[in-house]
Design a protein around this ligand. Structure first.
Ligand code: NAD
Ligand code: TYD
Length: 365
């Protein structure tokens, strides 16, 4: 159990999941949070604007690859735990440019682990045994499932297929090694696809919503039948807190929504809710456009979450229908957030990723 009197350090806390985690933590827990974030294109101070004045919140702009800086920060803040979310997180970007994924996800996690190990070894005995390093990872490390294959368990062998998932798998292995070799009290969570407020509109759900509002094509890769297991981001954050408080060091925990759905179905459901909340006189589904498939596109992910349910009593609270509706409401209520994160380099990304691809088929409704 982590101490309620000392703070935690959250890497990547200005990103999508990190900011939702920090906001939830400050609402649910008593302890202070320091965020360490490099503020890449995916990091956004606006995500944390509502807690700027909270005296329990602190922000440091920095790179996890800079181990000496991380060590100084740890010595200064004396956190009882580190929750590690900083990463390059978008599969398509990893296909176009893997180098940054190797740098942050592998080298960065290594440097962070080294800094944490040095800090942890010098803690007084009681604090050393209570300390936790929680590494947030993904279901994508397990590879791709056949349509009727059982869902991934914590025992499923790693078989990553994209530079993103390979870099996350490498970081998971490093975290595991620091437990087995040095006894660092680590926890790893592997989670399925998240959605919810503050997700950068390069990922499927916010990208489709943004395009729909602008009357732009809604790009669906390949035949649209790739399946993902979707989890509302606040449920994921709640799962991370559960594992942090009650997880057994050295263990890994799968987190997921128990909700498998194909991409085309996700896009259709967004269109249906948008037709109701923001009607234009023309169904949004008429904007659906099948485009060239992602290279090496994993067909199906599904998570068996029975371990975290059985051992820690965690289950998702939100259904996909209720979570999606909440998410769409948030994007409709926060158009300025979308405007701010999509000016600058965003358009360059969209041009590189989508403009050269032409639709490859019409949509059957
Ligand atoms: P994100 O891309 O929205 O945010 C990543 C954050 O990390 C950003 O704030 C960015 O500025 C920061 N960052 C990047 N490189 C950094 C560096 N070198 N040093 C310090 N900060 C750096 O990502 P997300 O979707 O919030 O994902 C967070 C974590 O959860 C990642 O580790 C990701 O692999 C994992 N995860 C994500 C999902 C998902 O569906 N989004 C699912 C499972 C696991
Ligand atoms: P994404 O949100 O990028 O998450 P991940 O690749 O980590 O699963 O993509 C979710 C699914 O949606 C994935 O199968 C790829 C697909 N997709 C599209 O069909 N069109 C798009 O424009 C995007 C970004 C993703």
């Amino acid at each position: 159990m982590i101490s309620l009197n000392s703070n935690i350090l959250v890497t990547g806390g200005a990103g999508f999941i990190g900011s939702n985690f920090v906001l939830q933590w400050l609402t649910e827990q008593r302890t202070p949070v320091t965020v360490l974030d490099k503020l890449t294109y995916a990091g956004n101070m606006e995500n944390l604007a509502s807690v700027q004045k909270d005296t329990r919140y602190g922000f440091v702009c920095g790179d996890i690859v800079d181990g000496a800086m991380v060590r100084r920060l740890l010595d200064k803040q004396s956190p009882a735990a580190v929750v590690h979310l900083a990463a390059e997180s978008h599969v398509d970007r990893s296909i176009l440019g893997p180098a940054e994924f190797i740098r942050t996800n592998i080298v960065g996690t290594f440097q962070l682990l080294e800094a944490v190990r040095g800090y942890w070894m010098e803690l007084p005995t009681e604090q050393r045994s209570a300390f936790r390093f929680l590494h947030v990872s993904t279901d994508e490390v397990y590879g791709s499932l056949k349509p009727t294959a059982p869902a991934f368990t914590e025992e499923t062998p790693y078989a990553p297929n994209s530079p993103y998932s390979a870099s996350k798998a490498a970081s998971d292995h490093l975290v595991r090694a620091y437990y087995h070799t040095y006894g660092l009290p680590v926890l790893t969570t592997n989670c399925s696809n998240n959605y919810g407020p503050r997700q950068f509109p390069e990922k499927l759900i916010p990208l489709v919503m943004r395009n729909a509002l602008k009357g732009l094509p809604l790009p669906v890769y390949g035949d649209g039948k790739n399946v993902r297991d979707w989890l509302y981001v606040e449920d994921h954050c709640d799962g991370i807190r559960t594992v942090l408080e009650r997880g057994v060091p050295g263990q890994t925990y799968n987190i997921g929504g128990r909700h498998e759905v194909s991409n085309i179905e996700v896009v259709r459901q967004i269109c249906t809710i948008m037709d109701e909340l923001k009607p234009t006189g023309k169904p949004y589904a008429s904007l659906i456009s099948f485009v060239k498939d992602r290279l090496g596109h994993d067909r199906r992910y599904a998570m068996d979450i029975s371990k975290i349910e059985r051992e820690l009593g965690w289950l998702p609270r939100e259904t996909f229908a209720s979570g999606l509706r909440k998410t769409i409401h948030w994007y409709l209520d926060n158009p300025e957030w979308v405007e701010h994160v999509t000016n600058g380099s965003y358009q360059e990304w969209i041009n590189m990723q989508y403009i050269p691809t032409s639709p490859v088929g019409a949509v059957s409704q």
